[in-house]
Design a protein around this ligand. Structure first.
Ligand SMILES: Nc1ncnc2c1ncn2[C@@H]1O[C@H](COP(=O)(O)OP(=O)(O)OP(=O)(O)O)[C@@H](O)[C@H]1O
Ligand SMILES: [Mg+2]
Length: 256
């Protein structure tokens, strides 16, 4: 079984809004999937179901073989350790050093609260430095995280996510807060590392050009439904456009 994500008939409503309206989606090991669609189409809600931050009203969500409609407590925490997250707002602890922020990625495995770098096992510290080296920031290890630029902070967040040794990576608009040049750099890094490590990635993106440049499959959402699911290399531009542009209303009582 190499399905990393298996979603079927997922429905999630918030009041009158159907954030997910019968979503079906299967993602295989090693796939790099871009989730695109207009604001409010349900991208974040879908991603939140993949690590149990949201619960389906109905339908099934299986991630890494775990049923997320029913997982609770220890089972849910164990699953979350296997799923790495990259957020739009980086979520670093600004007053801590870059290295300490990366080390917090190991917390899921090692739930002890720790104060100061020396209290971390040597092997963890060495791994953290290695991940920082991979994102090109080993020389910043002892700097405060809030002294870095946005692009650098997101690279630290990627190193922290690697510290977790994830099997699935979820990224919700990971470069939406960055200028175009930093956005391209961060995407390059994220996807190059995920390819090298054969990680499976589901990444929501507003910038279509970035989605096309770095991912292998594009899933388009609209009003909580999957309306497009194609390999990036064979993407139908007209169908992609229709993900964003409302369909013309069907004329009633035609005759004019
Ligand atoms: N916690 C919530 N409470 C109420 N409504 C919500 C909640 N989460 C999402 N929604 C609604 O569900 C719909 C889908 O929202 P979602 O955030 O998933 O869209 P999105 O595609 O991520 O949009 P964006 O591109 O703006 O990030 C929206 O109408 C949103 O207002
Ligand atoms: Mg969103």
């Amino acid at each position: 079984m190499n399905h990393i994500v298996e979603i079927d008939s997922l429905v999630k409503t918030y009041g009158e809004t159907r954030a997910c309206d019968g979503v079906a989606l299967t993602v295989n090991a090693g796939e790099l999937v871009a989730l695109v669609g207009p604001s409010g189409s349900g991208k974040s809600t879908l991603l939140r179901h993949l690590n149990g931050l949201a619960r389906p009203d109905s339908g099934s969500v299986r991630v890494l073989g775990v049923d997320l409609a029913t997982a609770r407590g220890r089972g849910l925490r164990a699953l979350r350790r296997r799923v790495g997250m990259v957020f739009q707002q980086f979520n670093l602890i600004g007053r801590l050093t870059v290295l300490e922020n990366v080390l917090t990625g190991a917390l899921g495995r090692d739930p002890l609260p720790r104060y100061g770098i020396v209290t971390w096992p040597k092997a963890d510290r060495a791994a953290a430095i290695e991940h920082l080296d991979r994102v090109g920031l080993a020389d910043r290890a002892y700097q405060r995280a809030d002294s870095l630029s946005g692009g650098q902070q997101q690279r630290v967040a990627i190193a922290r996510m690697l510290m977790q040794r994830p099997e699935l990576v979820l990224a919700d608009e990971p470069v939406a807060s960055l200028d175009p040049e930093s956005a391209a750099q961060v995407m390059d890094l994220l996807f190059r590392i995920c390819l090298e490590d054969r990680l499976t990635v589901v990444c929501s993106l507003h910038q279509i050009d970035l989605a096309l440049a770095w991912t292998r499959r594009v899933v388009g959402l609209r009003d909580g439904r999957v309306v497009l699911d194609q390999p990036t290399a064979a993407l139908d531009q007209e169908r992609l456009r229709r993900v964003y542009v409302p369909a013309a209303p069907v004329a009633v009582g035609a005759g004019a």
